[in-house]
Design a binder for this molecule. Structure first.
Ligand SMILES: O=C(CO)[C@@H](O)[C@H](O)COP(=O)(O)O
Ligand SMILES: [Fe+2]
Length: 220
């Protein structure tokens, strides 16, 4: 199976967003990091900007909400028509109810786990989600180092998905490069977010292709 490569526009030039969206037109999805300065100590943008990105982007949006109270704020991203909406397990009060709402609104529902969050409580709930985002850095900033110790979560998620017979995408986010992507793919990831390693390259399309082929050799 081919790996999905989702460049993160956190590393794009915010005043040249249209140009940077065109640079990553060969990606599978565009990863959009929404941060609120409360759940994480950084602030990006909200639904108005995401709606404009969606109208401009040649590829669908994979929205990653690093915000407090996603139960209240996440549905509006599905209403805009975003392809997938992922909220943090640590921030949601009623994750299953929220995932059902997102699906009813036509979005894929995702749940994200910060590095210190155990995966155990979510394994039996996998059929309620279309994707699980395993953070491989502390959420909040691009350009951090990949944390290999979280790979055991992917192994457990992959086993649980097979046992439950559910087709859930397993996404990794943070520090993904041509050097680290194979480690995540070997552990069971099939969807890869990459910010600085794509936008930091002079040729973003070549960087996407490099990541795709480095991962595809490992994706099961
Ligand atoms: O959600 C986040 C950070 O909180 C990510 O999506 C980053 O944007 C990834 O950036 P790199 O680690 O690939 O530079
Ligand atoms: Fe992200």
């Amino acid at each position: 199976m081919a790996a999905r490569i989702n460049p993160s526009i956190l590393s794009a030039d915010f005043v040249n967003m249209q140009r940077d969206l065109e640079r990553i037109a060969s990606a599978d999805y565009v990863h959009v990091d929404v941060m609120d300065n409360h759940f994480v100590p950084n602030l990006t943008f909200g639904p108005q900007m995401v709606e404009r990105v969606q109208a401009t982007s040649p590829v669908p949006l994979d929205v990653h909400l690093m915000i407090d109270d996603p139960d209240r704020w996440a549905p509006q991203y599905a209403e805009i028509g975003c392809f997938s909406v992922t909220f943090h397990a640590e921030a949601a009060t009623a994750p299953v109810t929220l995932a059902r709402t997102l699906r009813k609104l036509g979005a894929r529902a995702g749940i994200a786990l910060s590095p210190k969050t155990d995966v155990g409580a979510y394994l039996e709930l996998l059929p309620e989600f279309d994707q699980v985002l395993v953070m491989t850095v502390e959420p909040g900033f691009g350009g951090q180092k990949f944390l290999p110790h979280v790979m055991s979560k992917l192994t457990r998620l992959r086993e649980a998905a097979a046992r439950l017979g559910t087709d859930v995408w397993l996404e990794v986010d943070g520090g993904v490069t041509e050097e680290t992507i194979g480690i995540a793919a070997d552990a069971g990831a099939d969807t890869f977010v990459a910010g600085s390693s794509v936008f930091g390259a002079s040729d973003a399309a070549a960087a996407i292709e490099g990541l795709r082929s480095a991962a595809s050799a490992h994706v099961h």
